[in-house]
Design a protein around this ligand. Structure first.
Ligand code: AMP
Length: 401
């Protein structure tokens, strides 16, 4: 009998579906791909086959069902179809699991209903995730489908850190609290940092800085998340590619009452036209570094504002944890932008934090330490792998792992 050792990881966004097929025995990824512009006139499917060949199809994908069927057909063409006996489960990234979903969960009708009930707190994300699950279930009703939640790792955050200081009755009625996001990445990176240091995650306090286009920080004590920078929505916290991060809530009243902007306009401003993009017109850190190098004042200000906020969280989480063993930089900016890592940590020797400029400038896809031996706190670059984390959690849940 063929052993079921593979997990298909699906990440369904509002107009895209990303997928990876991962073999849990050897960690290989026989296939991966992306469908973009679902629901638009011109869609695109990019599929990487087991031999590394890339097949690109340009055609409209009217909805997620059409997109997932096309993905299933691409996989089948490589002999990796959804009916393959090697497939143990499908792992779905689900953005919002509320308070209820603290761990990966086998999808049932009741679980789907609960994920649907969370749509009001994640209107941009959960609907697409739900569609992805529904379509995958329809294609392979007998196969275990596992939901892995972006919020789950943060459900251990103590009440005093998760609550906003507002009337609890109003907060509870509307499910207003700090949930945090990027949890799968924070969890993966915290554990990978322990592995890099040859330590048990239970004995390590880590500050994880997930700096992608969206960005968040978390404080992880002995493998357990105790605080994170995103809140009810992914808008809170660090300066991001297009999101403002922390802002005086009074700014919103002011822009509405005095500035005459509608709530939807302010939502759009803070989520899509702020952060690095809002400050300097670019949200790609590569471009900002290049412009700042040339003396562009707006790019320089954007860089400084980004780093300043990062340092505030670094210091804040240092105090939250009391003892910090490691700081891990991850995601697009964290893994690649040496100047950001240098600026975020400079002058913190009193806190036991130092970065070696030479180690920091090494370019590599591997997890690596960038602090000198004398640094009390280990500073590391730890590439994230949310797909692998989702696959591992799904595989372990279905009892195959
Ligand atoms: P992510 O959301 O994790 O895919 O990160 C995407 C972001 O990473 C991009 O918007 C860039 O700002 C940043 N990034 C990617 N590569 C580099 C690089 N070599 N140097 C600086 N920033 C980078």
């Amino acid at each position: 009998m063929t052993e079921a050792t593979r997990v298909l990881v699906l990440n369904a966004g509002s107009s895209s579906v990303k997928y990876q097929l991962i073999d849990m025995l050897d960690g290989t990824r026989p296939a991966a791909g992306l469908v973009e512009r679902i629901g638009e006139g011109s869609g695109r499917l990019k599929h990487t086959a087991p031999d590394g060949a890339v097949r690109e199809t340009m055609q409209p994908y009217p909805d997620h069902a059409a997109a997932l069927k096309a993905v299933a057909a691409e996989l089948a063409a490589d002999g990796l179809g959804l009916d393959s006996p090697e497939l143990a489960a499908i792992g779905h990234r689900v953005v919002h699991g509320g308070k209820r979903f603290t761990a990966p969960t086998l999808v049932t009708d009741e679980v789907l209903t609960e994920i649907r009930r969370l749509v009001p707190v994640a209107p941009l994300h959960n609907p697409a995730n739900i569609t992805g699950i529904e379509v995958a279930r329809a294609l392979r009703p007998d196969l275990p489908q596992v939901a892995v939640f972006d919020t789950a790792f943060h459900t251990t955050i103590p009440e005093h850190a998760a609550r906003y200081a507002i009337d609890p009755a109003i907060a509870d009625e509307h499910r207003v609290r700090r949930y945090g996001f990027h949890g799968t990445s924070h969890q993966y990176v915290a554990r990978a940092t322990a592995r890099l240091l040859g330590k048990d995650p239970a004995e390590l306090n880590v500050i994880v800085l997930h700096l992608g286009n969206g960005a968040s920080a978390s404080a992880v004590a002995g493998g357990v998340c105790v605080d994170t920078s995103m809140g009810l929505t992914p808008l809170e916290g660090l300066v991001m590619g297009t999101r403002s991060g922390d802002i005086d809530p009074g700014v919103i009243f002011h822009l509405n009452r005095v500035g005459g902007l509608s709530i939807d306009e302010i939502d759009d401003l803070l989520n899509r036209r702020s952060g690095l993009l809002g400050l300097c017109g670019d949200n790609d850190m590569r471009e900002i570094l290049r412009r700042a190098e040339e003396g562009d004042a707006a790019a320089e200000l954007a860089f400084r504002a980004y780093v300043h906020r990062l340092r505030k969280y670094l210091g804040g989480y240092y105090a939250v944890l009391g003892r910090v063993d490691a700081i891990a930089f991850t995601a697009g900016v964290g893994e690649n932008a040496a100047p950001v890592r240098a600026a975020a940590t400079v002058g913190l020797e009193e806190l036991g934090i130092a970065v070696d400029p030479e180690l920091n400038s090494v370019r590599s896809a591997e997890a690596r330490v960038i602090s000198p031996a004398y640094s009390r706190v280990t500073v590391a670059v730890v590439p994230t792998d949310e797909e692998l984390e989702i696959a591992q959690q799904a595989y372990a849940l279905v009892g195959a792992g």
